[in-house]
Design a protein around this ligand. Structure first.
Ligand code: SF4
Length: 371
């Protein structure tokens, strides 16, 4: 039995990579369980059928940071509208962003389109190996491994939160995340079998999602119950351990609700690169670490007008910071400034407005001065 050293120190559990026969047994049990209990997901090929790499890739992009339940209807709509990677590559950015609305993280949608264009332009379909997949936009190490395994049955190990949890429990690895990631990856890689690696990858994901759940794992239904160290020690629910979360930094901004003589409100497009890239928004100040006074914000207003503060604040949580937006509203005369577009409130849905801007609209659209 080979020892996998935990170089970070002796205070936490090491794990022993099981001997080849034990690894083969674990893999065989999990695959047998998968053959009986696999989830029926819209992007999965039926048992024995060859998966469509386009559907596998699309589902993996959609599933980054989003749940299976949320992705299902989006996936069905996308493949009905764009049934091949070539069809998606030919779509307009706005159409795709619009169809993506509600899945969040719009950079993913833009990268997805860039990836579709690159694959369609190459004319040879998706690369089959992790290195080739990682060279494409929007495909990181996890997604590359998942596509290589699921679409092409390559012995790649896709380690997501579900798989980390299962590995932490199976081997009772108590080092907290994120420091434990290399150990959990090594554990997962040690178990990936040479036969049916694609099914194995999906089986490990399914086990984490349906049996080895974060709370109250159903150990009685688990194909690994006999081997599982955390179950034997009665500590399954406490794993994986996590380092305490850091509080997110806070940023502040002021949004300008600028209404023209027809009742239309000014919108502008955000820069293509960066947060919410390419999406429409109501003009605002920068989002900075110190709160804005109304006077300081008015100096940056898109039009000269009599600005009044609205008695409301929008709160929104992004991945890396929390945002608090104050609101200033005014009517203005004349043409919109360069780069801005007046839009009647009942046409906001024509644009890919990010959630934070929908919150702004919900609070500001009844402003009595706007009618
Ligand atoms: Fe998870 Fe329980 Fe299975 Fe261990 S026995 S892997 S804790 S479900």
């Amino acid at each position: 039995m080979k020892r996998q050293a935990d170089r970070a120190g002796p205070a936490h559990q090491e794990f022993a990579i099981p001997a080849p026969a034990a690894r083969a047994r674990l893999a065989a049990r999990l695959l047998a369980w998968y053959d009986r209990h696999r989830r029926d997901l819209p992007w999965r090929a039926p048992p024995g059928a060859k998966p469509d790499p386009y559907r596998v890739w699309l589902s993996e992009i959609m599933l980054q940071q989003t749940t299976v339940a949320t992705v299902g209807p989006y996936f069905e709509r996308f493949v009905a509208r764009w049934p091949t990677v070539e069809a998606l590559a030919a779509a307009e950015t706005d159409e795709v962003l619009h169809a993506w609305q509600g899945l969040g993280y719009y950079a993913r949608a833009r990268n997805m389109l860039a990836c579709a264009k690159a694959v369609a332009a190459g004319g040879r379909g998706f690369p089959e190996d992790e290195a080739g997949l990682r060279a494409l936009p929007g495909i990181g190490p996890y997604t590359a491994a998942a596509i290589a395994a699921i679409a092409f049955d390559r012995p790649a190990t896709a380690v997501d939160g579900n798989v980390e949890r299962v590995m932490a429990r199976l081997f009772a690895i108590d080092r907290p995340l994120p420091a434990a990631k290399p150990l959990l990856r090594a554990a997962a890689e040690s178990l990936t079998p040479p036969r049916r690696p694609g099914d194995y990858a999906q089986a490990a994901m399914d086990l984490g999602a349906t049996v080895c759940t974060p709370r109250r794992p159903d150990c009685g239904a688990c194909p690994w119950r006999d081997a599982c160290r955390a179950r034997r020690a009665g500590i399954a629910e406490s794993l994986p351990a996590r380092a305490p979360r850091k509080k997110k930094p806070k940023r502040f901004g002021t949004v300008f609700w600028a209404v023209d003589g027809t009742g239309a409100v000014l919108l502008r497009r955000r820069p293509e690169k960066g947060l919410l890239g390419g999406m429409m928004e109501f003009p605002s100040t920068d989002w900075r670490e110190a709160p804005w006074t109304d006077a300081a914000a008015v100096a940056l207003a898109p039009v000269a007008a009599d600005w009044s503060p609205l008695p409301a604040t929008v709160h929104h949580v992004f991945t890396h910071f929390e945002l608090e937006l104050g609101l200033l509203a005014a009517r203005f005369d004349g043409a919109p400034p360069a780069g801005m577009l007046p839009c009647p409130p009942d046409r906001f849905s024509d644009y890919a407005l990010p959630t934070v801007m929908k919150k702004v609209a919900a609070l500001a659209r009844d402003w009595p001065g706007g009618g």
